[in-house]
Design a protein around this ligand. Structure first.
Ligand code: NAG
Ligand code: NAG
Ligand code: NAG
Ligand code: NAG
Ligand code: NAG
Ligand code: NAG
Ligand code: NAG
Ligand code: NAG
Ligand code: NAG
Ligand code: NAG
Ligand code: NAG
Ligand code: NAG
Length: 714
């Protein structure tokens, strides 16, 4: 039985180097991270253990592969279209327009079939499945279940991004190491067992039919029994890329994905049956080690990395991630018993964000674990998914996706000016695919709080660089964003102020859009965003359009009811006790917390409003980023105990591997909870522009808070 050590030697070297280099740093980073290495002795029914790189991730069951559970292998690039429904033509799709409300063309309603196709296409595909297969001593396949394993132990080493899984089956030990490439969409496995040499252990590869008809597919994605809807073909001949010993192409409608296998031990591969898409892989030599790489791509590749290269890349990249960039230690030295759990959430969120949420497009709500909203992403959620990267100094990761604002600028200008008839600006989409196309939908078209987000991302980058290059790079996005914000605000002749809406949807998406006017949160965010845009132009030494200050200075006052802010102007006075309005995102608590004090917001009234939210909102129905948002308001108003309580609220759960549990509203995982947690914790630990004390969001009693390379929030 050889000792598994593909990655441990590299790890040893890097950790040693780090220990020597970091003796100056006071935070024992390695000790804090490795304390939370997840351990399992059985598969979870709801979440995989994952390896990945932000744009590609592999979900493992307790065998380190997908032997018993078809967890997903997903990416930011693997999408497909369903075929068009009967009677719908390409022309119907291209000419779909929706309805006109008050002279404005919106993409919802209208012909139902093209609308539904556009909502659910393209959809994100599960690229495949790789598992162990077993043969008995007689050479016949044995259909194992997880119950046939004993001595099961699985551990994720966060510092190297490696899962090590071990168990006994058929009387023999099996050890599996799993790691992901960091610069390509590949996963590597090393399997150690005497069963291999006896020809009793191999791998299978399978490919699902990804069907776009379901909004959510969780915990598993795709159909494994629908074998006639798609095709696979095996190529072991000549012309394959370097290290590639077999290539399987998988075609679903018009989309083809290539799986390239090799870069490790020699093997034989065969298709199980001509009608299924399952392939069996067996070692070609007698050895108790079998290793291989499976790499996924949109075209045949010239080369794939080998197993050693992937192991090293994983170790080096994760080591660098943990050793440099931001770090927060609230565990070492704290006596408050809650510190351990908060630290666990921080460390596991840092791991899962880098595995699931560092792709080239904004992340979907469930990252790369399963699909929701057909795998599309939501531009209003981009702040909660990804802004923490700015506070934790992970510009390398944030930069992969944040230029979507450049990529989507043209289509957003067209949305604003051609489709909706505004004279100026770019209107950012909500539910979106990688081409920038917006999914039809009343909420998708009428939501507005995604609009100021790019101004916040731009501002954070400028705070980090102070460079002319940053000012120039964001210039068009800042201008077009603010232009539309000014154009959208409508001058009201009778009140003499600029109104937001109607029609519009607020953050909580639970009001009638036709009567929603001047919502408190959106008014403040508008003023805040326009302020950033004006400052941007001052820095560039160009004159900002007069419309920006005209609108910012003359926006409607925030709606007030009985000395408290109201969701929008004219909402029922008893909305505080009406479940219609108290079951979703409590953005009123964001007025002073998520946002800094902005003009026209009375801090006292904002604090009283947040207090009222705490006691009236249906907390059991809240989910994800609501809790960090509430923590941020508690922190900013000086209620440090409450800030901690919100982050550890029983309805804000993280499972054993750190997956944020969806709660009453959405499937697990719901990653805006993790992104929000990291943003809130950074703010509570490093402070915000107007804070004056150290760790202003943590109680001074019982908490020791140390930060390294964390930026202050605005
Ligand atoms: C498996 O893990 C669970 C939960 O961590 C624990 O309660 C149980 O004792 C473990 N079982 C074995 C056989 O180690
Ligand atoms: C899906 O269809 C749209 C619209 O026809 C097209 O622009 C896009 O490239 C297609 N995407 C995929 C992944 O096939
Ligand atoms: C293998 O076992 C599983 C679980 O018991 C069962 O669902 C499946 O039908 C079996 N497959 C075969 C080919 O016997
Ligand atoms: C298989 O494809 C056909 C044609 O596209 C479609 O009607 C059918 O629903 C698909 N089956 C599944 C399970 O998606
Ligand atoms: C595949 O499985 C699903 C879910 O169990 C079932 O609804 C469907 O009919 C099956 N399809 C085939 C072709 O057996
Ligand atoms: C898939 O592979 C087969 C066998 O090599 C080949 O004939 C076919 O053209 C490939 N399909 C695509 C879409 O590349
Ligand atoms: C993997 O690739 C590296 C770099 O090309 C090479 O040095 C090494 O020998 C290869 N390892 C194996 C096992 O092929
Ligand atoms: C990425 O972010 C940094 C901020 O540190 C910036 O200086 C750099 O230009 C950015 N790169 C790209 C390609 O946007
Ligand atoms: C102007 O504001 C008032 C008070 O909010 C509102 O009732 C009225 O409908 C607004 N006028 C227009 C044209 O929107
Ligand atoms: C909003 O107004 C539009 C058109 O003016 C109408 O079709 C729609 O039914 C209204 N919605 C509600 C919820 O009142
Ligand atoms: C909002 O604040 C601005 C800037 O301080 C001020 O000019 C304006 O009068 C205020 N508007 C309202 C409605 O309070
Ligand atoms: C509060 O949320 C829970 C959980 O979703 C739900 O069951 C309950 O009906 C909600 N209560 C009210 C008053 O809406």
């Amino acid at each position: 039985m050889p000792k598994p050590c593909l990655w441990c030697r590299a790890l040893y070297a890097t950790v040693l180097a780090w220990v020597i280099a970091a003796s100056a740093s006071s935070i024992p980073r390695y000790a804090v991270v490795s304390r939370y290495n997840p351990v399992r002795n059985a598969s979870s029914a709801s979440t995989p253990m994952q390896v990945g790189n932000g744009f590609f991730a592999f979900g493992a069951d307790v065998t380190g592969l997908q032997t018993f559970q078809p967890w997903a292998i997903m990416s930011d690039w693997g999408w497909k279209n369903d075929s068009l429904p009967e009677g719908v033509t390409e022309e119907d799709i291209l000419t779909y327009r929706g309805v006109v409300w008050d002279g404005v063309q919106y993409e919802f309603g209208g012909p139902a079939a093209p609308q539904q196709w556009l909502i659910s296409n393209p959809n994100r595909a599960n690229l495949g499945r790789v598992g162990l297969l077993f043969r008995g001593a007689d050479g016949h396949f044995v259909n194992m279940t997880e119950a046939d394993l004993s001595d099961v132990h699985q551990r994720l080493d966060l510092w190297s991004g490696t899962i090590t899984s071990s168990f006994t089956v058929q009387g023999q030990t099996v050890i599996v190491e799993t790691f992901a490439a960091q610069s390509s969409s590949a996963v590597a496995f090393a399997v150690y067992s005497d069963l291999l040499a006896e020809g009793r252990l191999g791998l299978f590869l399978d490919f699902p039919w990804n069907d776009g008809s379901q909004k959510f597919q969780a915990p598993f994605v795709g159909y494994w029994n629908e074998t006639t809807n798609h095709t696979t073909e095996l190529n072991t001949g000549s012309g394959l890329g370097m290290n590639v010993h077999a290539e399987i192409n998988h075609t679903e409608v018009a989309a083809t994905v290539f799986a390239s296998i090799g870069g490790g031990s020699p093997f034989s591969i065969s298709r199980d049956s001509p009608t299924a898409h399952r392939y069996s892989v067996f070692p070609a030599t007698e050895s108790s080690l079998f290793s291989t790489v499976v790499s996924y791509s949109l075209a045949p590749v010239a080369a794939i990395p080998n197993v050693t290269e992937i192991a090293e890349e994983s170790t080096v990249t994760w080591d660098a991630y943990w050793s440099s960039n931001g770090f927060i230690d609230v565990y070492t030295g704290s006596t408050d018993p809650r510190a351990d759990e908060l630290q666990r959430r921080i460390i596991l969120s840092r791991y899962l964000m880098r595995v699931n949420e560092a792709g080239h497009t904004p992340p979907q709500e469930s990252g790369l674990v399963n699909t929701g909203w057909y795998g599309k992403f939501h531009m209003e959620m981009f702040f909660w998914h990804s802004c923490h990267w700015a506070l934790w100094n992970n510009w390398d990761l944030l930069n992969r996706s944040v230029d979507v604002y450049d990529r989507f600028l043209q289509t957003s200008i067209e949305r604003a000016q051609v489709q909706e008839g505004y004279k100026h600006g770019a209107r950012w989409s909500k539910m979106t695919d990688p081409s920038g196309r917006s999914a039809p939908g009343e909420i998708n078209e009428l939501l507005i709080w995604q609009q100021p987000h790019p101004l916040v991302f731009a501002e954070y980058e400028y705070r980090a660089t102070g460079s002319q290059e940053t000012l120039e790079r964001w210039r068009d996005v800042v201008s077009q964003t603010a232009d539309w914000m000014a154009a959208y605000a409508r001058f009201n002749e009778s009140t003499g102020v600029y109104d937001l809406g109607p029609p519009m949807y607020v953050v909580s998406e639970d009001t009638n859009p036709n009567v929603t006017r001047n919502p408190a949160f959106e008014l403040s965010y508008w003023r805040f965003g326009l302020g950033i845009a004006q400052t941007w132009m001052e820095r560039l030494e160009v004159e900002a359009p007069a419309a920006w200050s005209e609108v910012a200075d003359n926006l409607a006052p925030l709606p007030v009811e009985d000395g408290l802010y109201a969701v929008y102007e004219g909402i029922e006075t008893d909305f505080w006790t009406d479940p219609t309005y108290t079951n979703s995102h409590p953005a009123l608590a964001g007025l002073y917390g998520w946002l800094p004090a902005t003009a026209n917001v009375s801090v006292d009234m904002a604090i009283a409003t947040a207090d009222k939210v705490w006691t009236t909102w249906n907390v059991s129905n809240l989910w994800g980023w609501d809790f960090p948002m509430l923590a941020m308001s508690a922190a900013r108003m000086g209620d440090r105990d409450k800030a901690i309580e919100w982050l550890l609220n029983p309805y804000f759960e993280f499972d054993d591997v750190g997956m944020p549990v969806g709660g009453a509203q959405v499937p697990t995982p719901y990653f805006p909870g993790s992104g929000g947690l990291l943003y809130a914790v950074a703010m509570m630990a490093a402070g915000w522009d107007s804070s004056t004390e150290a760790a202003p969001g943590f109680p001074s009693d019982g908490w020791s808070v140390r930060t390294d390379n964390i930026e202050r929030a605005i």
